[in-house]
Design a binder for this molecule. Structure first.
Ligand SMILES: [Cu+2]
Length: 324
């Protein structure tokens, strides 16, 4: 019902099916199907790989304002829910290992391709697991907090999954491979909050580069740490992620005490990101040369077994769409 003809065709002809955002939850309450309602939904679940493209920011159609906003207060827990072809399915192929990073910007009807973004949450590789693996285990749901200091107003909240299964090589050196970005922008109206205005002024098209060790990264060796790309989590933000669902009552209580917490969180993430960088640069360099061939899986991970299932799913969808 929510699929346009173009989407159906894109799904049917797509060799590889990836991931999309379905909805947002506020303090554990589902806000309903957000696709093209409060999410600026792209026409299909394909990735963006070109770091110079404005689509890197809010995906294809990123400049098409949606009609509604998710309404939330500063300090609330938001959950963004992802899916593969239909809600609640396998979410994303587990080959698509990588981080989940969340940014915020003052609301714009434009595509967001300028220096307006601030990072409010990030999860990369921790305790032997990638953020994507945790996302799949949590049935596509990823929790983070709106900073409790955040000023009321309208915002775009952009969450991205970066799939690194072909990320051992830069897209600029081999356009058939490269890190796959799945950005999704949600329109959020913060109804009450503090006075802090996100201030990192990050620009994806210039801030993410092909020499970033978190964008050209080999996941197939023995990974011990991963440098999440982009700026540090904003010091006005409480730390992100985690997957433990937070009950709505405790969320409200937590937000009053949360103000003190960010300092230590920010400091922790600084060291976490800073120390691996030097190690990782060397390992990336080594592996991107001849070594890449041996460490790279022989079949493209987006396709393989999944192909057939995706196609049959697409057919199912097509039927439904025609029925509607
Ligand atoms: Cu994919």
């Amino acid at each position: 019902m929510y699929f346009t003809t173009a989407t159906v065709l894109a799904l049917a002809s797509s060799v590889s099916a990836h991931t999309l955002m379905y909805s947002a939850w506020v303090n554990g309450v589902d806000q309903g199907d957000g696709r093209n309602v409060y999410i600026r939904s792209p026409p299909n679940n394909s990735p963006v790989k070109d770091l110079s493209s404005p689509d890197l920011v809010c995906n294809v159609n990123g400049g098409k304002a949606a009609s509604s906003f998710v309404s939330a207060a500063a300090g609330d827990t938001l959950t963004f829910e992802w899916y593969h072809n239909t809600r609640g399915d396998d979410i994303v192929d587990l080959s698509h290992k990588g981080p989940i990073i969340t940014y915020i910007a003052p609301y714009t009807e434009g595509n967001g391709a300028s220096a307006i973004w601030t990072k409010i949450a990030e999860d990369g590789f921790a305790n032997g697991k990638w953020a994507v693996e945790t996302l799949v285990a949590n049935k596509g749901k990823y929790d983070f907090k709106l900073p409790s200091s955040l000023a009321a107003g309208k915002y775009l909240v952009r969450q991205e999954i970066i799939a690194l299964h072909e990320g051992d090589v830069a897209y600029s050196s081999n356009p058939a491979r490269g890190a796959q970005f799945y950005p999704s922008c949600v329109q959020v109206e913060v109804t009450s909050g503090g006075s802090a205005v996100p201030s990192e002024n990050f620009d994806f098209n210039t801030g993410y580069t092909y020499s970033d060790p978190g964008i050209v990264f080999n996941i197939y060796g023995s990974v011990t740490s991963y440098p999440i790309p982009g700026p540090e989590v904003w010091s006005g933000a409480s730390s992100g992620g985690g997957s433990a669902p937070v009950a709505s009552s405790s969320t409200r209580v937590a937000s009053s005490t949360a103000v003190a917490a960010p300092t230590s969180t920010a400091a922790a993430s600084t060291t976490a990101v800073a120390s691996p960088t030097t190690t990782l640069v060397t390992s990336v360099r080594t592996s991107s040369a001849p070594a890449a061939t041996s460490t790279t899986p022989s079949k493209p991970s987006c396709g393989g077994k999944r192909k057939r299932r995706s196609v049959s799913r697409a057919k199912k969808v097509k039927k439904t769409a025609i029925g509607v």
